[in-house]
Write a protein that binds this ligand. Structure first.
Ligand SMILES: Nc1nc2c(ncn2[C@@H]2O[C@H](COP(=O)(O)OP(=O)(O)OP(=O)(O)O)[C@@H](O)[C@H]2O)c(=O)[nH]1
Length: 387
């Protein structure tokens, strides 16, 4: 993970300065559009001042403790953060200062929104949100004009300490008002999702998981693999975690129970903490990493490393763990399938960067997609071959 700043000059709006048009080295980013980091999907964090944007980014991606965020200073420049946790989790987060007017020059909306995958708009639920909704509407209208494929994600934030009833009421009201505003503007068809979040619990990780998942083109394949793996292994639920950020990049199709998700996050924290104490390696998480926790309700949490960045955490009934051999065998099939998806993705990325690649290589890729073991049925067969 790297961290980049884009310093504002003395005058925040000099004529030749468009937001984001230049990186910290003064390079013209548009001219460098083929540069790898610039072709990564971009997640924009926008919202009014002090709504909690920087706190979210620091807590989720930089392991800052929520209490420390009270000391964060107001953001005065766009902060770009490159997230390179794994081949699946690769994007840039741009944290915008709350005081920026996202629609008026010199804000270069064309440049900002064109490469954007998701726009996270943070609304402080503890504050009066009418002004925030007005800004949200203006931002969506402008962003949609430039890029109709953007996913708009509203985080109704700081809901800690608010009763469940008030949370639901705020969500209903914000949903209603923003949908009305946008349909008035003729934008009924946009992709709009709402999440109740707080940095003081796991809701922010859950919400970010959903945002990131929508940017992973291989998500349906990963979900299919999990849907095949689980019933054949006597497992109730499984999450594929990005270990560094604790966001889950895929899960099977059964509903997500927040308490189970929190237990899985805690398990990952515990494994990483213990491994860093006892491991002499630079990376505490390696191919031998696995962990088993028996809960007092006859349930087991079982974690296995998938690769350096990904872990599979499964929840199953204690009696089903008697057949650990089956689970481990099926897990190896699952892990192999994931690495094939990885390879395919890398090939595709190379291809995008080098569109002149010859046709034979293209044909190879198509063969892998159609005939490789990632084919749903083939994998079912592979998994059910388990002893
Ligand atoms: N109670 C509560 N406070 C939060 C939460 N998230 C952030 N805060 C607090 O909100 C304040 C503002 O947070 P920032 O992250 O600086 O807000 P920002 O949107 O980046 O602000 P600007 O940089 O001015 O645009 C800080 O004191 C945080 O501790 C949350 O989930 N719950």
């Amino acid at each position: 993970m790297s961290y980049e700043h884009e310093d504002y000059p003395e005058d925040p709006f000099p004529k030749d300065f468009g937001y984001g048009a230049y990186d910290q080295d003064g390079l013209d980013l548009e001219a460098n559009a083929s540069n790898n980091s610039e072709t990564k999907p971009r997640i924009l964090l926008m919202g009014l001042r002090r709504s909690g944007k920087s706190s979210i980014q620091k807590v989720v991606f930089h392991k800052m403790s929520p209490n420390e965020t009270v000391f964060l200073e107001s953001t005065s420049k766009i902060v770009k953060d490159d997230i390179n946790n794994s081949s699946f989790v690769q994007f840039q987060i741009w944290d915008f200062p709350g005081q920026i007017d996202f629609i008026k020059p010199p804000f270069d909306s064309d440049m900002i929104f064109r490469g954007c995958g998701a726009l996270v708009f943070v609304i402080d639920a503890k504050d009066d949100y009418i002004e925030a909704l007005r800004k949200f509407k203006d931002t969506v209208i402008e962003a949609y004009k430039v890029n109709p494929h953007i996913k708009f994600e509203v985080f109704i934030h700081k809901v800690d300490g608010i009763s469940d009833d008030s949370k639901m009421e705020s969500q209903r009201d914000i949903h209603q008002r923003s949908s009305d505003d946008l349909s008035e503007a003729g934008l009924d068809q946009i992709h709009l999702s709402f999440h109740l979040t707080s940095i003081y619990d796991h809701s922010i990780f859950e919400a970010f998981s959903k945002v990131v998942q929508k940017l992973i083109p291989q998500l349906p394949t990963l979900e299919n693999l999990l849907n095949i793996f689980i019933p054949n292994s006597g497992i109730e639920k499984a999450f594929l975690f990005d270990v560094v950020s604790k966001i889950y990049i895929a899960t099977d199709s059964s509903p997500v129970d927040m308490q189970i998700y929190e237990l899985c996050c805690d398990m990952i924290d515990m494994v990483i903490d213990l491994s860093s104490i006892y491991s002499s390696e630079e990376t505490a998480f390696d191919s031998g990493s696995s962990s088993l926790i028996k809960l007092n309700n006859n349930t087991i949490l079982y974690m296995r490393e998938v690769n350096k960045f990904l872990a599979l955490v499964c929840i199953l009934r204690e009696e089903n763990f008697n057949r650990q051999g089956v689970i481990d065998y099926n897990f190896i099939c699952f892990r192999d399938a994931i690495s094939e998806v990885f390879e395919l993705r890398l090939k595709r990325q190379k291809q995008l960067q080098n569109p002149d690649q010859d046709d034979d290589e293209l044909a190879d890729d198509r063969g892998l997609t159609m005939g490789g073991r990632l084919n749903h049925d083939n994998d079912a067969a592979a998994v059910s071959r388990a002893p």
